[in-house]
Design a binder for this molecule. Structure first.
Ligand SMILES: NC(=O)c1ccc[n+]([C@@H]2O[C@H](COP(=O)([O-])OP(=O)(O)OC[C@H]3O[C@@H](n4cnc5c(N)ncnc54)[C@H](O)[C@@H]3O)[C@@H](O)[C@H]2O)c1
Length: 326
């Protein structure tokens, strides 16, 4: 039996996910939606799918699962609609653009009593990150996770957008690798006239360890690295495979500026894993709780930055739906 997928958002990520969905046996993208009709029509014709409004698509009988890759502020509304009709959903991060939106998705899923929404924190499926996670087995308790995230972004995003769109990935990496929550955060920044340049977030974790994020938004290259220190040793990602060029009497090692090229494989594996879960009728990957908590920590980070003080992360009790481990 073919599983019909409805895709909301036909921009960069939606189009890339569409290609990966089309490569999965047993899955077919049957409908797409986009606020820009031409974007939807173009992707629909390449997939042999129809164009629909997002909410109508979610309610359609032949749509068994929904992938949300539309703009950030639309995620929560579509995720809640998918939960209300009991359809599994892969929702790009962030769950919402406000804590209230993320909380609405959490409340809807807890009320439904089923985990349906997987959040697109795909670093868990990035081969380099997955190898670090495996390497930590046997090294004992983790004392520190150090994330380095350099962007070449020149969009001059707001601080809220930087936290919601970029730093949530690093916050999730720390929670995923340690299994601990953030208790308190401090943030130090080097500012420029048009925003901040360098940011250091230091998180004290419930495990007693530290999680740090070194983030740069106008950097010289795109880079994401993680280094984990445990009582019995360390594990860290290697630099992403790249090419040395030799020309004009110079040997150069390119780092690259493209976030997409860095995580292309992770997005592919993410869709493959989601397709496997849909086929098995199981749930896997980052949960709504993960998405909600990442936003709570991001918000604490913003407050810490504004107030130049240590800010406590005050989480509600973890709903039993999300178990102990994740
Ligand atoms: N996981 C990751 O690493 C990662 C990387 C990049 C982007 N993202 C996320 O993926 C999402 C899409 O990002 P993108 O880079 O493709 O952006 P994009 O701007 O290229 O595409 C977004 C699309 O959503 C459409 N849209 C907006 N409102 C809509 C609505 N109400 N109904 C249907 N479509 C609507 C827009 O017209 C646009 O075509 C964002 O939420 C972004 O934060 C995640």
């Amino acid at each position: 039996m073919t599983i019909g997928v409805g895709l909301i958002g036909c921009g960069g990520m939606g189009s890339w996910h569409a290609g990966n969905l089309a490569a999965q046996p047993g899955l077919a993208v049957v409908a797409v939606a986009d606020a820009v009709p031409a974007a939807a029509a173009s992707l629909a014709s390449s997939l042999g799918a129809r164009v629909q409004d997002g909410l109508e698509l979610i309610g359609s009988d032949d749509v068994d699962a929904v992938l949300i890759a539309s703009s950030d502020e639309t995620h929560a509304r579509f995720a809640v609609a998918a939960i209300e009709v009991g359809k599994p959903c892969l929702c790009e991060k962030p769950l919402g653009t406000t804590i209230e939106q993320a909380r609405a998705v959490l409340d809807a899923e807890v009320a439904a009593g089923r985990r349906l929404v997987r959040v697109g924190f795909m670093r868990e499926l990035d081969p380099a990150h997955a190898q670090v996670a495996s390497a930590l087995a046997g090294l004992g308790p983790i004392t520190k996770v150090r994330c380095v995230h350099r962007n070449v972004d020149d969009e001059h995003r707001s601080v809220e957008a930087l936290f919601a769109q970029s730093l949530v990935h690093d916050i999730h990496t720390i929670r995923w690798l340690t299994g601990a929550e953030f208790e308190r955060v401090t943030v130090h920044v080097v500012s420029r006239g048009d925003g901040f340049h360098d940011l250091l977030l230091v998180g004290e974790l419930t495990s007693g360890g530290l999680g740090t994020i070194e983030f740069e938004d106008h950097g010289f290259a795109y880079e994401v690295q993680v280094e984990v220190t445990a009582e019995g040793g360390m594990a860290s990602t290697l630099p992403h495979p790249r090419v040395i060029t030799r020309a004009g009497a110079i040997e150069a090692l390119s780092i690259g500026t493209d976030w997409f090229a860095r995580f292309e494989e992770a997005y592919r594996v993410e869709i493959e894993d989601w397709a496997r879960c849909l086929g098995d009728g199981t749930f896997g990957g980052p949960t709504v709780w993960d998405g909600f908590v990442a936003q709570m920590v991001a918000r604490a980070g913003e407050l810490a930055m504004e107030s130049d003080a240590v800010v406590a992360v005050e989480l509600p009790a973890r709903p039993s739906l999300y178990g102990d481990a994740r």
